[in-house]
Design a protein around this ligand. Sequence first.
Ligand SMILES: NC(=O)c1ccc[n+]([C@@H]2O[C@H](COP(=O)([O-])OP(=O)(O)OC[C@H]3O[C@@H](n4cnc5c(N)ncnc54)[C@H](O)[C@@H]3O)[C@@H](O)[C@H]2O)c1
Length: 255
Amino acid sequence: MDYENKVVAITGAGSGMGRAMVQEFAGRGAFVAAIGRTQSKIDESVRLLSNPERAKTFRADVSVESSVAKTIEQIVGHWGRIDVLVNNAGVLDTYEPAHTVSLEDWERVLSINLTGPFLMSKYVIPHMLRQEKGSIVNIASLSSFSAAGGGSAYTASKHGLLGLTRQLCFEYGAKGIRVNAICPGATATPMALHGGTDALPDMNEGIMKTPAQRWCRPEEIARLTAFLSGDEGDFVHGSSFVIDGGWLTAARDAF
Ligand SMILES: NC(=O)c1ccc[n+]([C@@H]2O[C@H](COP(=O)([O-])OP(=O)(O)OC[C@H]3O[C@@H](n4cnc5c(N)ncnc54)[C@H](O)[C@@H]3O)[C@@H](O)[C@H]2O)c1
């Protein structure tokens, strides 16, 4: 119960990794703010808990400043503080070649994957400064390092998220706020399994060429998040943790 009575805010909490994080942190004794766009999905994440009284849902769109500001105010109004922020919400792009991508789709992806974590951090950091302690974990991607895991908007957004992680570490690390990123490989969540786009490459083929030869489980990302954001990770500042079954290092073939 290393998170006993700590307040953990998780975006994109209604499915995939976010849902696994709600389970992980509530199981470790945290109060969990399950943030998401779709009420029924975040409700379900809380309903699945053996201790649902530890969590509360907050409906918000991370790409809309007024929605973020209101949500952070509500969380702090309810629990009085925020110890951990996990910027997990994200969307894929359409995998189209750059010259055919509409400006609208580019902006949609950037606004959720990059502006979202910026806005959430902007409104959470004043509370962490007041507490003189806090931890932010950004869920980036292998697409923070290489091309082909997404289209231009997804890859650019995830590269940008590492830049944001490093800049926030520089600005706030000495003030007690640790900021790190996790860069997952192919993880068995609705995003990767269905993708919301017919253009998603068949990842099974790529996965079988990695050392691990299997999908990552969302629970594995959740456990690494809990390690990084807690006191066990106290010396970790500004890092980006690849958790990909060896894909980036030793895959025999890119997908
Ligand atoms: N699954 C993978 O293989 C993989 C690999 C690397 C990185 N990631 C990243 O992991 C994170 C979690 O993704 P996942 O795989 O669990 O996918 P997912 O689609 O299951 O979860 C993403 C969640 O974010 C929410 N969301 C989207 N836009 C939002 C917005 N504007 N405001 C609030 N919530 C919003 C969605 O409703 C969804 O519940 C994402 O940032 C994704 O880019 C996923």
